[in-house]
Ligand binder design. Structure first.
Ligand code: PRP
Length: 212
């Protein structure tokens, strides 16, 4: 049986629809309950709902053979997994943002509030900027407003959260989208089954891009 970790939430539902369209369905997933595991014995697959930032852990350790994780999570935790397909959904960007009118004082250490510490450290190291990281777990946008930080490094999707808090993007760091990932040894042992799924999902992604 192939174990598949799906990110719980809106993105996960879109991802499941892609699996369903590819013929890897599991009708019981639509039942209104709090179950987390759904099997389709006939198709030899088992889905489970996982917190989005935990998918990489399940897949890296082999509790799931494959899964779908945002590129933000992959860049942040750098799990030892194969990245098979860019699914071209869950698109957003990682960006540096600050209060409107912010001017960078390059002689001073920049105070950066973020949940994505590794991404931020790598980014500022790549441009040779001294920083002080303030690790927060959510509502990052509050930090520059209250003077806790100079800037934030966070996900920007529609830009609404920034706009409604009088903040603006200073610099895009990287584009983000959802990726199909595989456990390295599962991939060796279940290559045919995993590749069939990867091909079917890639095909849908390409068709969607052609239509756009
Ligand atoms: C994310 C991110 C921003 C917001 C961006 O937060 O941290 O706050 O979405 O989306 P927008 O550009 O469409 O407004 P999330 O909802 O994941 O909650 P969080 O505060 O826990 O990070």
């Amino acid at each position: 049986m192939l174990n598949i970790a799906l990110p719980k939430g809106r993105l996960g539902e879109k991802v499941y629809e892609m699996f369903e369209k590819a013929g890897y369905d599991c009708p019981s997933i639509h039942e209104k309950n709090r179950k987390l595991i759904f099997e389709n014995k006939e198709k030899d697959i088992c889905f489970f709902w996982v917190k989005p930032s935990d998918v990489n852990i399940y897949v890296e350790r082999g509790a799931a053979d494959i899964g779908v994780a945002g590129k933000d999570i992959l860049l942040e935790y750098e799990p030892d997994v194969y990245e098979l397909v860019d699914l071209d959904i869950g698109k957003c960007m990682m960006a540096e943002a600050a209060r409107n009118g912010y001017i960078d004082q390059i002689q001073r250490t920049k105070r950066v509030a973020t949940k994505f510490e590794n991404i931020a450290r790598n980014y500022y190291a790549s441009i040779g900027r001294d920083i002080d990281i303030i690790h927060l777990n959510g509502s990052i946008e509050l930090a520059p407003i209250l003077g806790l930080s100079d800037v934030i490094v966070d996900i920007v999707e529609t830009g609404t959260t920034l706009k409604e808090n009088d903040l603006a993007v200073v610099e895009k760091i990287v584009d983000i989208s959802a990726r199909l990932i595989a456990n390295k040894s599962s991939y060796e042992f279940k290559k045919a089954q995993i590749n069939a799924i990867a091909d079917a999902l890639r095909e849908q992604t390409e068709q969607r891009k052609e239509k756009a």
